[in-house]
Design a protein around this ligand. Sequence first.
Ligand code: GLU
Length: 475
Amino acid sequence: MSKNSLPSGLEFRQSVDHMVDRAIAVMDLDKGIANAIKACTSVLQVTFPVEIKGKIEMFTGWRAVHSIHRLPSKGGIRYAHSVDQHEVEALAALMTYKCAIVDVPFGGSKGGLYIDPNQYTRDELQDITRRFTRELAKKGFLSPATNVPAPDVGTGQREMAWIADTYKHLYPEDVNHVACVTGKPVEHGGIRGRTEATGRGIQFALQEFFRHPEEVKAAGMSGSIEGKQIIIQGLGNVGYHSGKFLSEEDGAKIIAVIEHDGAIVNPDGIHIEELRFYLNDHQGVKGFAGGKYIEDGSSVLEMKCDILIPAALEGVIHKDNAGNIKANLIAEAANGPITFEGDRILRSNGVKVLPDAYVNAGGVVVSYFEWIRNLTHLRFGRLERRFDEAKGNCIVHALNEMTGKNVPEHIKHNLAHGADEFDLVRSGLDDSMRLSLQEIIDTYNRDEKIEDYRTAAYVIALSKVSRSYLDIGIF
Ligand code: GLU
């Protein structure tokens, strides 16, 4: 692989397999079961025509189902030129492990369309998405019970709404039709907090990491997130939200942001909201006044910082640049941003890595909540919110009466606040991210054969998935 090019889909898939093999090597896992878990269950490839500006254009897309030990199989749909069969297989495998690590009862799947969405108008993208949806549904690769897509690189709420609407028209008798896809707009059956869920999950993961002083020390740092210097690669949905929350709420300093046309560097901290506005308006970061522009973005990956957050595509840290990375900790917000070889080099240099299959799982955790909300046909908090509020007011009243003083306003507000859907989603996500990292750290510290958090995370995933294979049996 050349220095600045992304790995092929095949290299990515092999990289994921090698990482999983490292975990299998330290486990007492039956070889047959291990092979059954690693294999991709099925892959669909479709090629279909769509009329674009009076001409017929052909499009090719894939949906890989990696595992069905739990149903539905879950995972995003990506619109990009990197997409091929191997890439969706690698990403589907990551979904299996990701769901197991954060205890989301889904199998793993992933889809993609070979397309540059920027080359098409909104209406054209709608036609292409609706046609792709029909292909997936007709061939058994889309349904609330068996296979549920979500947003990924190049797709968002808009595409998910088109998928849900197309499915509804195909299967109006399916009372759960709206649960055929997650990441929908709230007005179309989505859940509050899904858009920012992956970024929020990264914040919760880092908050939990800094609650473990021994691990923080082993990563060559001390204290909390406050004041930590962070570099973000990619200011898409995930990079933007994690950068925003970590800087605005936890007091971290985002000292550099790398984008497709270069990087912005500012040792005093970049205003993420302003940079995102600028990026939206100018389709690049060049010219942004809040920092110094550096054309060679990939060189900025190698700048000294406390935490590096690669939040774009796979394979950006590889054997040719891993040795130059000076971060203490890498939080893999993207899927597969470090290759197997790159990972080995980082480990031997003592760089700690919070792996993708854990750290970016916030998206699928909240997708799980959305799917449940769709199946129950009920907004979270709808039944109990006012009841809890009344109970809180009662406690405030009792405290006032018993003490003869008034409960201070801010405490009163917290006591008398009934949780709405947003609060509940955030609480459920925080809990999932905390518990999973605690399990990863425990597993890592329990066995000296486990040399990093990634292997610990895969050991956890493999034991959970293998248990369900062993309990049910292979049939
Ligand atoms: N595409 C996201 C991921 O890679 C979300 C998947 C989902 O919500 O199903 O985790």
